[in-house]
Design a binder for this molecule. Structure first.
Ligand SMILES: Cc1cc2nc3c(=O)[nH]c(=O)nc-3n(C[C@H](O)[C@H](O)[C@H](O)COP(=O)(O)OP(=O)(O)OC[C@H]3O[C@@H](n4cnc5c(N)ncnc54)[C@H](O)[C@@H]3O)c2cc1C
Length: 451
């Protein structure tokens, strides 16, 4: 039996851990958050209960394996509880980094540091109750601009227009650099908010962009567009007094202007032309025309980036993995040092940590399991790991001032949150800050006299 460290307990890390543990090895699973699940717990839309409950059950099954040891609330990286060098010094037989893509692509606009401007990741983490985002000021106002037209943007529209408990939103304006055919959300995701789309504004917007889109051979008829990306165009909805969803196509954010209170008051956008590439795809090309949108909140959903402070060498698309012709046919999982042009033997990368923003939980699971297969191949000839016990690691972390969360702690926390849900008459309840969770666990441990 060898010891493998897995960093990150999202779907990729958990399912990698399962595969490695079921092959008879011991897994130490480090996770920044107290609870496991990653974006499956803290990204997936809060009302997708069935999916979340199902995934939690599968994750609990992984953690129930006796040879999987969980260390939650332990961040790996330069400013973390343990660095990559600390992990190496413990001499595991192999390591898998499945820590997702924790950064985001910034807009890089003048004025974007003012209040009311948020990355989609922070905003989603906030409404999904992930500490510390859950207690940050991520307040929204009456007129919210969202940059981006993917599924994450669709979730945020849904939250703002329908489900946010202290909803103030009167209008959500989706700002997209290209046109309606380039929307990336799945139809079933936009269907959650389609009754909010202002038909009148949408038709006016289509008229505004029609000459540019038609010059790129795009048919803006309602029938074609309805079939392709905006099914609402072929449906009717009863008139009701509700907040509205509008679209501003062929527009890229240019500047954020703050009001006297320091909060965003205006978003300046550059108007774009659409150009047809040789392969039939389209690209946005900026013009010198601008427009000003009155908004009090701006949320940008333009993709995720890897966190360099984890300590792995970075490549062009995130953590570097072994390059070469093989990586196209057979994806590379082995971490790579581009400066030395060599593999980091025994270190593997999987899930969104390997490729940011690539698809759904099922894809992250598959990637974790494929990465685990490579680890198992590697372990066949790998040197033995050092003497490692989970109890000694907990003690060492505590000696450094960290508060690692074990599987037993997770069970305690689960029971306390269930009790809280019952008391509040809710289907589920989640604490939204680490201190409260840590105190609740500690006081229950004292009651049960657990050391
Ligand atoms: C807003 C949003 C909505 C989504 N909705 C859906 C949906 O409806 N259906 C669906 O199937 N998929 C959905 N997805 C996609 C799905 O969540 C991802 O495919 C999946 O979670 C990626 O898994 P992962 O394990 O690679 O990364 P993550 O889920 O990001 O997990 C990474 C884990 O690593 C930990 N970590 C990070 N940094 C460190 C560190 N330095 N040290 C230690 N631990 C660390 C984190 O705590 C986290 O637990 C959604 C994604 C987003 C962003």
């Amino acid at each position: 039996m060898k010891t493998v460290f897995v960093v990150g307990a999202g779907p990729a890390g958990l399912f990698a851990a399962q595969k490695i543990a079921l092959s008879g090895h011991q897994v130490f699973l480090f996770n920044r958050d107290i609870k496991p699940g990653g974006l499956a717990e803290y990204g997936i839309y809060p009302l997708k209960d069935k999916m979340k409950f199902g995934l939690r059950k599968q994750f609990a099954k992984v953690l129930a394996l006796p040879n999987v040891h969980y260390f939650g609330h332990v961040k790996i990286g330069e400013q973390g509880d343990l660095t990559l060098a600390d992990l190496r010094a413990m001499n595991p037989a192999a390591m898998v980094f499945a820590c997702g893509a924790q950064g985001y692509n910034a807009l890089g606009l003048p004025g974007e540091e003012c209040f009311g401007v948020y990355s989609a990741k922070d905003f989603v983490y906030g409404y999904n109750q992930l500490p510390p985002y859950a207690t940050r000021d991520l307040s929204t106002g009456k007129r919210v601009a969202i940059i981006g037209m993917g599924n994450v943007a669709a979730d945020i529209m849904r939250w703002l227009l329908r489900d946010c408990p202290d909803r103030q939103t009167e209008e959500v304006i989706v700002v997209a650099r290209r046109g309606p055919y380039e929307a990336k959300f799945d139809k079933k995701e936009i269907e959650h908010v389609e009754e909010y789309i202002s038909r009148q504004d949408f038709l006016r917007e289509l008229d505004r962009i029609r000459p540019i889109c038609e010059a790129c051979n795009q048919d803006l008829s309602l029938e074609k567009l309805g079939e392709s990306t905006f099914p609402f165009l072929t449906k009717t909805f009863p008139a009701e007094d509700r907040p509205k969803l509008t679209f501003r196509f062929l527009s890229s954010p240019k500047e954020v202007i703050a009001g006297p209170d320091g909060r965003i008051e205006k978003l300046v956008v550059t108007e774009n032309n659409l150009v047809l590439r040789a392969d039939g795809s389209t690209a946005a090309r900026a013009t010198d025309r601008t427009a000003v949108l009155d908004v009090d909140t701006l949320i940008f959903a333009i993709g995720d980036k890897h966190d360099p402070s984890v300590g792995l060498p970075m490549g062009p698309d995130g953590y570097a993995t072994r390059p070469g012709p093989d990586s196209l046919k057979e994806p590379a999982y082995e971490a790579w040092d581009p400066a030395r042009n060599e593999s980091l033997h025994g270190i593997f990368v999987a899930g969104w940590a390997r490729r940011a923003s690539t698809g759904l939980v099922g894809i992250a699971r598959h990637d974790g399991e494929e990465g685990a297969k490579k680890v198992l191949e590697y372990l066949q000839d790998a040197p033995e790991s050092g003497e490692l016990s989970p109890e000694a690691l907990v003690a060492a972390l505590q000696a450094k001032g960290a508060t690692p969360i074990t599987k037993q702690d997770l069970e305690i926390l689960g029971r306390i949150e269930e009790q809280q849900a019952r008391q509040r008459n809710l289907t589920s309840f989640k604490y939204s800050d680490d201190d409260t969770m840590l105190q609740a666990i500690q006081s229950e441990r004292e009651t049960l006299s657990i050391r």
